[in-house]
Design a binder for this molecule. Structure first.
Ligand SMILES: Cc1cc2nc3c(=O)[nH]c(=O)nc-3n(C[C@H](O)[C@H](O)[C@H](O)COP(=O)(O)OP(=O)(O)OC[C@H]3O[C@@H](n4cnc5c(N)ncnc54)[C@H](O)[C@@H]3O)c2cc1C
Length: 314
C-alpha cells in the first residue's frame, strides 16, 4: 500500500510544504505516490520532475490548473479510490485545510490535523498535533487509511530526486465547476519589499508600543544589513506596512539571521520564521514561548539592549 501525497503548486513551482510531505512519507517507509493536478500533461511533467516519489498520479485538465476546491476534492477522492493508500498526506495550507475534511467525509477515512510529527504505530500511525493554537501538543492514534494534515516546517524537505518517477494518468469526472471557481490571482502590493530574499531580518513585536522607537529598531537593522519586519499587531497598528508582516497571514521567511525584539513567539508567528538559520530573541518575559524556539535569547528590556547593540555595532 502506498502513501498518497497531494502536491500543491503556485506559479509553476512546487510548494515547500509538499516537498516536506514527500520527505515525511519517506521517513515512514513504503511506496510514495505524488498526486499532481495541473492544466496539461506538459505542466505535470514540469512539476513532477525531481519529486521524491515512486509514482506520480496525474490529473491534467484546464479546470485543475489552479486550486479550486470542488474539482480538487473530486480529483483527490478519485485518487484515493484508485490507489487505496494506507495514508493521505496534505499540507496545512489553504488548500489542505479546505480539502481534508471533505475527503474524510467522502471516503470515510479518519483525519487528524495540525500535525507536527507522525510515526508508525502498530498497524496505523501516531500523530502529534498542535492544539489551542499551538499552546499544547496532543498525541493521537490514526488508523491505517487515515488522512493527516501536516504543519509547514514539521520536517525539513530532503533533496530533490535525480530520477523522475513514472507518471500514471488518472481520468476524473470533474463535474460542473461548482460554486467556487478561480477567476484571477491578485498578487498583494509589495511596495518593492521582498522579505523572502533577505539574508537578515530584525523583527519587532507589539512591545514596540508605537512608532516612537521604530527608528531605533531600523538603525539596528541598518547596521546589521537587515530588513525590518513586524509581527501582526505591529502591522495591524499601522506601525509598519503589510508586506513587512512575518507569519501565517504574512510572509514566510528563512533568513540566515532573525533577530526578534518584543515578539512573544505565537505559533502563527513561528509559522513564518521557524526555519530561520539563527534566531535571536530579546524578550522581558523569561516564560515567553519564543525562548523554546530561539537559538539564543536574552531576558531583557529591548529598549535597553538595542541602543547597546547599536553602539557596539557602530
Ligand atoms: C489566523 C491567525 C493568523 C495570524 N497570523 C499572524 C501572522 O502572520 N503573524 C503574527 O505575528 N501573528 C499572527 N497572528 C497573531 C498571533 O497569534 C499573535 O497574536 C501575535 O503574533 C503576537 O504578536 P507579538 O508577539 O508581537 O505580541 P505579544 O504576543 O503581545 O508579545 C509581546 C511580547 O513582548 C514582550 N515584551 C514586552 N515588553 C518588552 C520589552 N520592553 N522588551 C522586550 N520584550 C518585551 C512580552 O513579554 C511579550 O512576549 C495570527 C493569529 C491568527 C488567529
Amino acid at each position: 500500500m502506498t502513501i498518497l501525497v497531494l502536491i500543491e503548486h503556485y506559479q509553476g513551482g512546487v510548494a515547500d510544504g509538499s516537498l516536506e510531505l514527500l520527505t515525511l512519507a519517506r521517513t515512514l517507509g513504503g511506496p510514495v505516490t505524488a498526486l499532481v493536478l495541473a492544466g496539461s500533461m506538459a505542466d505535470v511533467a514540469t512539476l513532477a520532475a525531481g519529486l521524491d516519489a515512486d509514482t506520480v498520479l496525474a490529473v491534467a485538465a484546464p479546470a485543475v490548473a489552479r486550486y479550486a476546491s470542488s474539482v480538487y476534492l473530486r480529483s483527490l477522492n478519485a485518487a484515493i479510490a484508485a490507489c487505496d493508500p494506507e495514508l493521505v498526506l496534505l499540507s496545512y495550507s489553504t488548500a489542505g485545510i479546505d480539502l481534508a475534511a471533505g475527503a474524510s467525509v467522502a471516503t470515510g477515512r479518519e483525519m487528524v490535523a495540525y500535525v507536527t510529527s507522525l510515526t508508525r504505530h502498530g498497524a496505523g500511525f501516531a500523530a502529534c498535533s498542535q492544539v489551542y493554537g499551538g499552546k499544547l501538543l496532543a498525541t493521537s492514534t490514526l488508523p491505517a487509511q487515515g488522512i493527516a494534515v501536516v504543519m509547514p516546517g514539521a520536517v525539513k524537505a530532503g533533496p530533490r530526486s535525480t530520477g523522475d518517477a513514472p507518471v500514471q494518468t488518472l481520468t476524473v469526472d470533474l463535474g460542473p465547476d461548482g460554486c467556487i471557481r478561480h477567476l484571477e490571482t491578485l498578487v498583494p502590493e509589495s511596495g518593492g519589499i521582498d522579505l523572502t530574499k533577505a539574508a537578515r531580518i530584525v523583527c519587532v513585536g507589539r512591545a514596540l508600543g508605537n512608532t516612537d522607537k521604530l527608528p531605533m529598531a531600523e538603525a539596528l537593522a541598518k547596521l546589521l544589513g537587515a530588513e525590518i519586519a513586524g509581527s501582526r499587531p505591529v502591522i495591524d497598528a499601522g506601525w509598519l506596512p503589510k508586506p513587512r508582516q512575518i507569519g501565517k497571514s504574512g510572509t514566510k521567511v528563512k533568513p540566515k539571521l532573525y533577530l526578534m525584539a518584543g515578539v512573544s513567539g505565537a505559533p502563527e508567528h513561528l509559522e513564518g520564521m521557524g526555519e530561520s538559520e539563527l534566531i535571536i530573541a530579546l524578550n522581558s518575559d523569561p516564560r515567553a514561548p519564543i525562548f523554546g524556539k530561539a537559538h539564543y535569547g536574552a531576558v531583557c528590556d529591548m529598549f535597553e539592549v538595542m541602543p547597546t547593540l547599536i553602539q557596539k555595532l557602530s
